[in-house]
Design a protein around this ligand. Structure first.
Ligand code: SF4
Length: 389
């Protein structure tokens, strides 16, 4: 466990630091206007979901999923990216109503992983099929400085792995530090596109800040993936559709759909989980809207559909899967993975890929992005790594 003063964890949020960068921000705003214009010319975004389609069942749903799978096949072949994920901290300064890691949850044992343990695991004991690593944590700037940045440097020096991070909304200095260490993909989910639902669910920071940071990351050389939650309690048709409108307008390279799962010891613990079919239909609709995006089949699909929800995700045009590499001793405290069927091991992943007649991609996500320019030509490419790959 890394020992750090509590005051360090409770450092001020980012917004004042962003607003002091007025010249940079102005440049970004101008870029956004130009990019919105050019983007329309580059991607055919003529497909847009409607609620009837998202709620479809039977033959119409089958056709939707088949169209999505066939578009993924056209764009990516049978290849599925395989990424390992490690959860390095379940501390979080946020208080999202739907998440068990929220700061008000006093029943959760909190941990921060040790750098040497994580480095040994990933350098010497990772599964052979993994081409990329996603380093994930609650919103915990301490772990970023103490463990994540040095870990990325070690991985870039010792392995050919591509590096993604999913660390919440940080400040520009920390984003730069991570990028200079060698990470190139930032996963920042907008979670909820409806602004009033966002506030009601106490989603991270404010809606405006979250969106501002997605733009900031994309315009400073990161490849950005985002995501939203389907089936949140109280989610109206209109608010579900707003997720598509927003994701389409953002400078993204990928997007996920996570089914709402009621977390233990949260205000929503007694609410029903999201409907699996709705979640899968949203994934298929995303694929039709953006054939070029990397779309994951998230392991939470197995909780809403214990008999193959995850495999059904691969049949809706998903092209990324994740193997959980968090050591079992820490995993039990990382709330998303308390139930055994949630744990996606290499064996389960490879069996699912094989059963769907797909194949593991030997090319990593980072390499894939490097060889495919962003759809938006005004976005900068990732800067060169500061350490050899
Ligand atoms: S969803 Fe993310 S930001 Fe919100 S409480 Fe959970 S870990 Fe923290």
């Amino acid at each position: 466990m890394v020992q750090v003063p509590r005051s360090d964890f409770a450092e001020p949020r980012y917004s004042h630091q962003i607003h002091s960068l007025s010249a940079w921000q102005l440049k970004i705003d101008l870029r956004l206007v130009v990019s919105a214009f050019l983007l329309g010319a580059v991607i055919d975004q003529s497909f847009f979901a409607d609620c009837d389609l998202l709620k479809s069942r039977g033959a119409r749903q089958q056709e939707l999923h088949e169209r999505a799978a066939s578009i993924a096949l056209e764009n990516f072949g049978r290849k599925v990216f395989i990424r390992g994920v490690i959860e390095v901290s379940n501390h979080c300064r946020e208080n999202c109503v739907y998440c068990g890691m929220r700061r008000d949850n006093r029943k959760l044992d909190r941990y921060r992983a040790r750098l040497d343990q994580m480095a040994d695991l990933l350098v010497h004991h990772r599964p052979a099929s993994v081409t990329d690593i996603n380093i994930q944590a609650g919103e915990d700037p301490v772990i970023v400085r103490e463990v994540v940045s040095p870990l990325i440097r070690i991985l870039r020096r010792e392995t050919p792995l591509g590096i993604s991070v999913c660390l919440g909304t940080l400040n520009p200095a920390l984003y730069r530090e991570l990028q200079e260490a060698g990470a190139s993909i930032y996963i920042l989910k907008f979670e909820i596109a409806d602004e009033s639902d966002y506030a009601r669910m106490k989603a991270p920071g404010t809606f405006a800040e979250r969106i501002e940071h997605i733009h900031l990351l994309a315009n400073s050389g990161w490849r950005v993936s985002s995501g939203f939650i389907a089936g949140l309690p109280g989610q109206s048709d209109d608010s579900l559709l707003k997720n598509f409108t927003l994701s389409r307008a953002l400078p993204l390279d990928g997007c996920s759909v996570s089914p709402f799962i009621p977390g233990d010891d949260t205000p929503l613990s007694r609410k029903p989980a999201a409907d699996l079919d709705l979640t899968l239909n949203c994934m298929a609709a995303l694929r039709l809207m953006r054939p070029d995006w990397v779309i994951p089949s998230v392991s939470a699909l197995n909780l809403t559909g214990p008999h193959g929800g995850y495999r059904r995700g691969l049949r809706t045009g998903a092209n990324l899967v994740t193997i959980n590499l968090t050591p079992p001793a820490l995993r039990s405290d990382y709330v998303l993975y308390k139930r055994d069927r949630f744990i996606m091991t290499e064996q389960r992943i490879l069996s699912a890929i094989d059963a769907e007649k797909l194949i593991p991609s030997k090319q990593g996500l980072t390499d894939y992005y490097r060889s495919n320019q962003p759809a938006d030509p005004t976005r900068p490419s990732a800067p060169a790594a500061t350490v050899p790959v």
